[in-house]
Write a protein that binds this ligand. Structure first.
Ligand code: OGA
Ligand code: NI
Length: 353
């Protein structure tokens, strides 16, 4: 395998630039760049070194080219995923006033929300966020679990644990792809990570249409274009579609593949890789005929992690491009910006050297 040092660093896209990315066209389905790659993780599950190298290669290429890929044969059982879908649909089907009993606050980000901002514009969606059990180390708050639908908590905790295990397996491939030992990222994530699961519901109608709560005008999107703040995201989407990734001046559909997870890299992976793996800019279109659901798991490092370009990604020709970023601080500021308009959202460009 080529050392990460030998890959040309791609041009930096413009996620933070003020220009309006939403004015760019959607690529036709026969576009020359093809589609977001689908990777069979079978060789990684086999646990041998050759399998790990093969997957690290495929993952590395997908991250340099797209920042997105899908995985099949990933080891998470269909039963676990189905239980999470059922719980998600049942929860969002409850009346708004009931869901608002679990409303997040500025102090405690766990629970339900229907007024989320991305870059200070309101998305047409509802979410429910939860993390590991007990007090989380950043906000020092606990999950809010609704008592119903029955089995909600159990189904989702099982899902969270299964996608965490998948995330840890993927991080071994990321480590190898970046020229490090397979266990490099393990200690920053395994027992002390600050990852969380989000249930996303994208209704056709504006969920706040009949609400008298003060809210920002809605943007004509499910989620505004953004990059995810953490290391990597493991996302299940239903068959409706609408997720798009920005590459080379066009939006590309991330087509639903049954039973697959969509994986994308976030800001912290961009910093660790010293821009080799760009955090992909993505968005979700507003739903037209059918409501959509998705379940991302945002896999984030330990609260105490200080993220900076890794030795394998730095050389005299390619000096570090970022100052060290204290993860807790970054995450705290980004969540605040999603909750309400407290000024411009924090971006990694603010740490660029
Ligand atoms: C997100 C996101 C994509 C989707 O929640 O950050 O990008 O398909 N979701 O729901
Ligand atoms: Ni996202």
């Amino acid at each position: 395998m080529l050392s990460p040092m030998n890959y040309p660093v791609p041009m930096t896209p413009t996620p933070d630039a003020p220009e309006n990315l939403d004015l760019y066209p959607t690529a036709p389905s026969n576009d020359a760049l093809g589609a977001v790659p689908v990777i069979d993780l079978g060789p990684l599950l086999a646990g041998d070194e050759a399998g790990l190298d093969e997957i690290a290669d495929a993952v590395g290429r997908a991250c340099r080219e797209w920042g997105f890929f899908q995985v099949v044969n990933h080891g998470v059982s269909a039963q676990t995923v189905d239980a999470a879908w059922t719980a998600t649909r049942e929860f969002f089907a409850r009346p708004r006033t009931e869901k608002e009993r679990w409303l997040r606050t500025r102090e405690n980000p766990w629970g339900y929300y229907n007024n989320e901002l991305t870059k200070n514009r309101r998305d047409r969606k509802e979410v429910f966020d939860f993390t590991t059990d007990g007090e989380d180390p950043i906000y020092e708050m606990e999950n809010r679990w609704p008592g119903s639908p029955p089995g909600f908590r159990e189904a989702l905790a099982g899902y969270r644990d299964a996608v965490t295990a998948l995330g840890l397996r993927l991080l071994r491939a990321f480590s190898v792809g970046l020229g490090l030992s397979p266990d490099h990222f393990g200690p920053l994530f395994d027992t002390s990570h600050t990852g969380f699961v989000r249930l996303n519901y994208y209704p056709v109608a504006d969920p706040l249409a009949d609400s008298d709560v003060v809210h920002q005008p809605e943007a004509e999107l499910g989620v505004h274009h953004h990059t995810d703040a953490g290391a990597l995201t493991v996302l299940a989407q239903d068959a409706v579609g609408g997720l798009q990734v920005f590459r080379a001046g066009q939006w590309h559909d991330v087509h639903p593949v049954e039973g697959a997870f969509v994986i994308n890299t976030g800001d912290m992976m961009q910093v660790w890789s010293n821009d080799l793996y760009q955090a992909a800019v993505h968005r979700v279109l507003a739903m037209k005929g059918t409501d959509r659901y998705s379940i991302p798991f945002f896999f984030n490092p330990a609260a105490g992690a200080v993220v900076e370009p890794l030795p394998g990604a730095v050389s005299s020709e390619r000096p570090p491009r970022y100052r060290p970023i204290p993860w807790s601080d970054f995450r705290y500021k980004r969540t605040d910006g999603d909750y309400a308009d407290y000024g411009p959202e924090v971006q990694i460009s603010q740490y660029r050297i």
